[in-house]
Design a protein around this ligand. Structure first.
Ligand SMILES: Nc1ncnc2c1ncn2[C@@H]1O[C@H](COP(=O)(O)OP(=O)(O)O)[C@@H](O)[C@H]1O
Ligand SMILES: [Mg+2]
Length: 307
């Protein structure tokens, strides 16, 4: 692993208002209900592929309709294999479509010769029948963005997917290196693939951290930036940070809550504990309380130092 952990410069500060997130019936639900010949063909085609056979439980009809919509809208061109299969979600690699904006640096190849640069994307598909539904609801309940969310599985999982998209966006604006969110449709999230299909990015727990001090400083700074942007990751550990090309990337932001959440303090303390434990094992002595103090230190006010 490279020892350079370049910090991103923070972009303009996010506003104070949370964006309202609409979780009403989606276009994908309508497509799934409608008798749509093209969708039927798409469904037949997908159901024949290897990944579908392996991941059948993830792709119910409405989820397939969401994928179909993402293909139609130009965010996904082709599905690759699974990267990870978890309790709440499966992650696949895929070829991004033309609507997915510019290619990431170093990925401007055009293997399919369609005149557009190929860009690999990660597609995270949340299970509607997630076993952790109740726990998900607890995270949503104290979040002002989801006031009054319906108490059914589907609505919760759809809100969760949108929340991950919004959290990634917010983190990115705050200067935290996360996968760039590209599109969200129902329970399916499309984002930048960190690494490549043939050169998978490794989780922090899978690599030999050559320079733990620098890595720790980057994590600490990202935690502080996130906190100052009003967010707490809530599941931060060596399993939700990946390393690629000397960059440390924070992932898995579905559960991240705002600092106003009733359990925000508890989540932050746990994140600090996890991070301190990991880096202490790497040979640097870290006190979780000191880390938490660093993260929550008030931002120097604008007046200070301007004269
Ligand atoms: N954007 C991404 N780029 C590359 N790999 C990813 C990306 N997102 C997720 N992964 C891989 O998939 C795994 C699971 O993703 P994660 O978001 O942590 O979901 P889970 O809720 O299942 O833990 C990660 O540990 C990582 O290996
Ligand atoms: Mg994870």
């Amino acid at each position: 692993m490279s020892e350079e952990f370049a910090l991103l410069e923070p972009a303009d500060q996010p506003g104070d208002e949370w964006e309202a997130l609409d979780v009403s019936d989606t276009e994908a639900d309508r497509i799934a209900r409608r008798q749509d010949r093209e969708f039927d063909e798409f469904r037949k085609r997908i159901k024949d592929t290897e990944q579908f056979k392996l991941q059948e439980s993830v792709f119910d009809d409405a989820t397939l309709a969401a994928v179909y919509k993402l293909v139609q809208d130009g965010y996904v061109d082709a599905f690759g294999g699974p990267v990870s299969t978890g309790k709440e979600a499966s992650v696949f690699e895929a070829l991004g479509g033309q609507a997915g904006e510019r290619p990431a640096p170093g990925t401007a190849v055009d293997a399919d010769g369609d005149g557009h640069p190929d860009r690999e994307v990660a597609v995270k598909v949340y299970r509607i029948n997630s076993s952790n539904f109740r726990q998900m609801r607890d995270y949503l309940e104290g979040d002002p963005r989801f006031e009054g969310i319906a108490n059914d599985k589907k609505a919760v999982v759809l809100a969760w997917t949108k929340k991950e998209f919004a959290n990634l966006e917010r983190a990115r604006k705050a200067g935290v290196r996360v996968p760039e969110p590209i599109a969200v449709q129902r329970n399916v999230l499309v984002m930048e693939l960190v690494g490549h299909a043939d050169d998978r990015a490794r989780r922090l727990n899978e690599v030999d951290v050559e320079n733990p001090e620098t890595a720790y400083e980057v994590v600490r700074e990202y935690m502080r930036r996130l906190y100052r942007a009003g967010l707490i990751h809530g599941d931060l550990s060596e399993y939700n940070m990946i390393i690629h090309d000397g960059e440390l990337v924070v992932i898995d932001m579905g559960q991240a809550v705002t600092v106003h959440h009733p359990n925000a303090g508890e989540f932050l303390a746990r994140d600090c504990e996890n991070v301190a434990t990991f880096f202490t094992r790497q040979g640097i002595d870290i006190d979780p309380d000191e880390l938490q103090e660093y993260v929550t230190e008030p931002e120097p006010s604008d007046e200070a130092g301007t004269d």
